[in-house]
Design a protein around this ligand. Structure first.
Ligand code: UT7
Length: 332
């Protein structure tokens, strides 16, 4: 059911923020320990450098503080925290518990793990919470893939990195931004990309590449159709930042010019859950979106999962629901 239900309570993004570790690892740095080259990495992936360091909670707290400050929402007003990560700091409890405490939130908090599709999964779940009564939801996508990367394996070490992006989602009296969404998963492809507990990422790169293009296009088209819009109507596509060649191939097949894609992977590498919010925040900070513009978020990841969403940016018609309306804070 990818289309937003008519009459469902809508939501708009009112604040956003991102965080990258200070330490930068360039392709030249990697050539000191790996049999690789700057040319190969750039040509095959589009990555020039990446940021490495910190924990999933630390990066989440940083990006979330920025998003909260921008939205003007007090931490006490947040009704739920949804944290997408595939690299939690502990097996138990969820990393969101630590983040919730550090941010001073008093609400339900949980992690979502759908690998690199996770942010779109989390955003969709957050819209669902708002549809059933939550008023303000904090959504974070963070990964510290450097902690599960084998730095002696050139097949993976040149790709993965760390980062975080966050948005504040607020209920509105109106349809909201989310026009349509799609979540997919094909567990039969589990062994193409995985990391066992305590282990490192194992990946069949070529096969993941082949499927990635197919499932991104498939998911993106489902959301476009459900939203009742054409590829031509899309002002900005925010794809998962795994490989510039995957982004190019997917855009071409979707019929969206590559110039409309938000890309940050040249300086972030593949940050899994963080990649879509990092690219979205970068596009917003560079003034690439106007009220009324249509945005397609589309990701794929281990699982293999895929997810997409069509948003109508801004929402001048909608009025934020006054936080004094219900004493329960919208929670049942
Ligand atoms: O979030 C999802 C995560 N994963 C992905 O999205 C990964 C999807 N796959 C890819 O992005 C690409 O398949 C890679 C970037 C991983 C690899 O690019 P490719 O064009 O598929 O290269 P390949 O695996 O076919 O390897 C071509 C050659 C091989 O050498 P031979 O057999 O032609 O002699 C590899 O051994 O490149 C070699 N190679 C490297 N050479 C220099 C593989 N890794 C490297 C390296 N540096 N880092």
């Amino acid at each position: 059911m990818p289309a937003t239900m008519p009459g469902a309570r809508g939501a708009v993004i009112t604040g956003w923020g991102s965080a990258l570790p200070e330490k930068v690892v360039t392709n030249a740095d990697l050539t000191k320990t790996l049999d690789t080259s700057d040319e190969w990495i750039k040509e095959r992936s589009g990555i020039s450098e990446r940021h490495v360091g910190g924990t999933t909670a630390e990066l989440s707290i940083e990006s979330a503080r920025r998003a909260l400050a921008m939205s003007g929402v007090d931490p006490s007003e947040i009704d739920a925290l949804v944290l997408s990560t595939t690299t939690p700091d502990r097996t138990v409890p969820a990393t969101s518990a630590h983040v919730q405490n550090a941010l001073g939130l008093s609400c339900g908090a949980f992690d979502v793990n759908a690998a690199c599709s996770g942010f779109v999964y989390a955003l969709t779940v957050a819209h669902g919470l708002i549809a059933i009564g939550a008023r303000k939801v904090l959504v974070i996508g963070t990964d510290t893939l450097s902690r599960i990367t084998d730095w002696t394996d050139r097949n993976t070490a040149v790709l993965f990195a760390d980062g975080s992006g966050a948005v504040v989602l607020e209920a509105v009296d109106g349809p909201g931004q989310l026009l349509a969404w799609d979540l997919d998963s094909d567990g039969s492809a589990e062994d193409l990309l995985y990391s066992d507990i305590g282990g490192h990422i194992q990946m069949e790169g070529k096969e993941v590449f082949r499927r990635a293009v197919r499932i991104m296009v498939d998911s993106g088209q489902k959301s476009l159709t459900a939203a009742g819009v054409d590829a031509d109507d899309i002002a900005l596509v925010v794809p998962h930042q795994a490989n510039i060649r995957i982004i190019q191939a997917a855009c071409e097949r979707l019929g969206i010019p590559i110039e409309k894609a938000a890309t940050v992977l040249h300086y972030t590498g593949n940050t899994s859950s963080a990649s879509i919010p990092l690219a979205l925040v970068d596009a917003l900070n560079n003034d690439r979106l106007r009220d009324g513009d249509l945005v397609l978020l589309v990701g794929f990841g281990a699982g293999m999962t895929a997810a997409s969403a069509v948003l109508r940016w801004g929402n001048p018609e909608a009025k934020a629901i006054d936080s004094s309306l219900t004493e329960s804070g919208g929670r049942p």
